[in-house]
Design a binder for this molecule. Sequence first.
Ligand code: GDP
Ligand code: IMO
Ligand code: MG
Length: 436
Amino acid sequence: MIIVIIGAQWGDEGKGKVVDLLADRFDIVSRYQGGHNAGHSVYVGDKAFVLRLLPSGIIHEGKICVLGNGMVIDPKAFFEEVDQMAAQGIEITPERLKVSSRAHLIMPYHRALDHTSEERLGNEKIGTTLRGIGPAYEDKAGRRGIRVSDALVPELLKSRIERNLAEANRVIVLYGREPLRSDEIYEEISALAERLRPFVCETSHFLSEAKKVNKKILLEGAQATLLDVDHGTYPYVTSSNPTAGGAAVGAGIPPHHITGVLGIVRTYATRVGEGPFPTEMLEDEEPVAQLIRERGNEFGSVTKRPRRCGWFDAVATRYAAELNGFNSMALTKIDVLDTLDEIKVCVGYEINGERIDTFPAVSLDLRQIKPVYETLPGWKSETLGITELADLPANARKYVDFLSESVDVEIGLISTGPERDQTIILRDSVMEGWFK
Ligand code: GDP
Ligand code: IMO
Ligand code: MG
């Protein structure tokens, strides 16, 4: 069985919590795209973990984790995270963690180029995490990238760094920054590559063999559907394909081996960085946004930036469901809305007075959208930690049913708090079947 977990909105839906919860029933957890731009928070008892590059399954001893070929890996950030986990009592050995030989490396000049690119864009900047993600994927598509396997061959690594840095430095200097030195980069990366060597694996073959002996595999998406480079709110997106199709490419598995796709949706929406956000709470709704930001702790787990907050957007989520083929959805953070009198849900879009049925391709159009809202009554009582559907207040159940109907996908899990056991699993849902 292979299940993909995908963010349905603009990220930070609670993928980490759900993956951690489900990892128990799986043998292998693999990431397939992105890098340490992700921040997946997991709480276990009094311990808090923030996973960036490592799959959230790593917290479970005995589970094998994979960094797939579709990822971009900063080797320094990789070992910082491995060391951080060790400090938190999670030992990571090559037996438990496999890194694709075909994944691309994020180099120090990619980080510098992420800065210059954002500076160049000025008012039109993307608001990236400045981790070098975009420039590393640019080199991959431009066929200049340095893969994990290349870094293990010293002469190759050296010549690629020299060639690529000569180009990168031209831009870096143009923007008034100090040029980087190839000998320093080579020394740093070759030492890290040697440390990485025992983890390197033909991960696609590894996953294929695991499937043959009926191992259960969870594919953990990072970022989200509306940040997908093809399907998201381009150009305000990340540079990879978090959507379900990307999982097959980025983990190196045949698409028909995927058994099911689970969408992670929040009861409201957030966005970090720039870009259109039709249901954003602005001006007179800013107090609601502030309340949600505080109750939901909506600050970036990597960059600590306050997340922009907005109402649930059923049009955008329906688009996500269509693109990914969600078989089921996990709805997170219902407890954050406990104190609201009324809750709005966007059920349609209008541009210049005309109703539109599809999610616009052009960011400018998205900015002009007037959301059509339905207002539902709040439940004004505490849902934190509820584990049975029957214990949810009636209006909370109505809200859940309304979201499910407006996206036209079942909700198989409701998360009522950040902890593992603060969860309702819906009986007889498709999702329950996967996790028995
Ligand atoms: P991810 O990037 O999708 O893994 O999400 P993040 O970890 O960046 O952000 C989600 C945040 O919400 C984390 O701090 C989670 O611990 C927290 N969280 C997840 N589910 C719930 C929930 O049901 N209720 C509350 N209050 N917090 C939650
Ligand atoms: P998780 O996995 C939310 C956003 C950035 C920026 C855009 C491009 O925790 O949900 P990048 O550095 O990727 O080139 O930035 O994408 N972004 C995220 N927003 N959650 C994430 O990951 C994100 N990863 C990138 O804020 O707008
Ligand atoms: Mg996150």
